[in-house]
Design a protein around this ligand. Structure first.
Ligand SMILES: Cc1ncc(COP(=O)(O)O)c(C=O)c1O
Length: 402
């Protein structure tokens, strides 16, 4: 009898975590490493949020709470959906968990049966296919190349839907491409979904506030209210308020789904951290200045990074609408040999050689299901980004012909 379960052998460790870990190891060995591999804001959590957490501790809010979130937090989340997305949810349609990741996990584990198909546009966030596989489902990965702006087209979605399709996972703005769907692009997809009532929509809106150049964020249930009874709108405080370590994410959707997710959570992690829940109330109801300030900083960095990468021979970098990632193509470098003597057979070879030869850590595109690309997280200081761009430039300029 095998000791490990079939379910656990179907999944792999997160490649982004692995790359960040490798960069940390090299740094500990004394190498001069610039890690552009992690997906978290480099800013501190705003002071009023930290103060709310300290006050919660002092007020004795240190015990278990209701499994899927305290009432005032659920109310603050309903108010947020009404304010930002014109979505009208009641508190019993809201679930709070230890990060947006747990919301996705709960939703998929609570609904996916063996053989159920889940449509995942690529490049995708690394965890989607693995959570689907853990649940016994079939990830149906649809490549969305740079020529399509890394966005799923209505035709590709229509062609991929089968009677076994249970969910479409839609992440806008996207990790890793930064691509976002405007109202018209989103409507093209929701029109297709309206013709297929068995398909549910998992909207991962975690980067909602990080949109640039005046881009208007759109979420499926807002664009097409007819989908509200089969949409889970997921969001969280991690990226919006620099709160990745606090572990608070939330989702809103039909009551039966929310109840099933709470049941699963009651038998696994129970309530998300009590103190963090009070901090999240302060984040959602307090001053929202951080959102504007971080958006401006990220837009400036995006522009610097896109220009820096496009100046590198063989790299082609599209300008994304949001998040804090770019997803350049290295098609122009495949088959060539780096100055350090590595033949660049694919994007993993590129990222490995880049780390070894220059100390810049990025994540290779195969991890996100679309090659040949790599992901740069520009959630790093301007100085680190400038230095990284000049190292990448030197790296790409020293190539030998194949
Ligand atoms: C696309 C996407 N969704 C969800 C998450 C989960 O975030 P958290 O669990 O911190 O709320 C992340 C984090 O990297 C992400 O990039």
């Amino acid at each position: 009898m095998a000791f490990l379960s079939d379910a656990i052998t179907r999944i792999k460790p997160s490649p982004t975590v692995a790359m960040t870990g490798r960069a940390a190891e090299l740094k500990a060995e004394g190498r001069d490493i610039i890690a552009l591999s992690a997906g978290e804001p480099d800013f501190n959590t705003p002071e009023h949020i930290r103060d709310a957490a300290k006050a919660a501790i002092d007020a004795g809010q240190t015990r278990y709470t209701t499994v899927d979130g305290i009432a005032p937090l659920k109310q603050a989340i309903c108010d947020k959906f009404a304010r930002d997305n014109w979505l009208d949810y009641a508190p019993d349609q809201v679930s709070v968990a230890s990060g947006g990741k747990q919301i996705l996990f709960n939703a998929l584990m609570a609904t996916v049966n063996p053989g159920d198909e889940v449509i995942i546009p690529a490049p995708y966030w690394v965890s989607y296919p693995d959570i689907v596989a853990l649940a016994g489902g079939v990830p149906v990965v649809l490549p969305c190349p740079a020529e399509d702006g890394f966005r799923l087209t209505a035709d590709a979605l229509r062609d991929a839907i089968t009677p076994r399709t249970k969910w479409l996972i839609l992440n806008s703005p996207s990790n890793p491409s930064g691509a976002a769907y405007d109202d018209t692009q989103m409507r093209a997809l929701t029109d297709v979904l309206m013709a297929h009532p068995q398909v549910w929509v998992l909207a991962d809106d975690i980067y909602e506030h990080l949109v640039f150049d005046g881009f208007a964020f759109a979420t499926p249930a807002q664009v097409e209210p007819g989908l509200i009874d089969r949409t889970l709108t997921m969001n969280g405080v991690s990226k919006a308020y620099a709160m990745t370590g606090w572990r608070i994410g939330y989702g809103a959707g039909p009551r039966a789904l929310i109840r099933a997710m709470a049941k699963l959570q009651s038998q696994s992690t129970s309530n998300p951290c009590t103190i963090s829940q009070y901090a999240a109330i302060a984040a959602l109801t307090g001053p929202q200045d951080y959102i504007t300030e971080s958006r401006e900083a990220f837009q400036r960095r995006r522009d610097m990074v896109v220009a820096g990468l496009n100046a590198c021979p063989g790299i082609d970098c599209a300008t994304p609408q949001g998040a804090f990632y770019v997803y350049p193509s290295i098609a122009g470098l495949i088959g060539r040999v780096s100055a350090g003597g590595t033949k660049i057979t694919d994007d993993e070879a590129f990222a490995t050689a880049l780390l070894n030869e220059t100390g810049v850590a990025v994540v290779f595109g195969a991890a996100f299901g679309l090659s040949p690309h790599f992901r740069v997280s520009y959630a790093a200081s301007d100085e680190a980004l400038r230095e990284a761009m000049s190292r990448i430039h030197r790296f790409c300029a020293g190539w030998q012909e194949p």
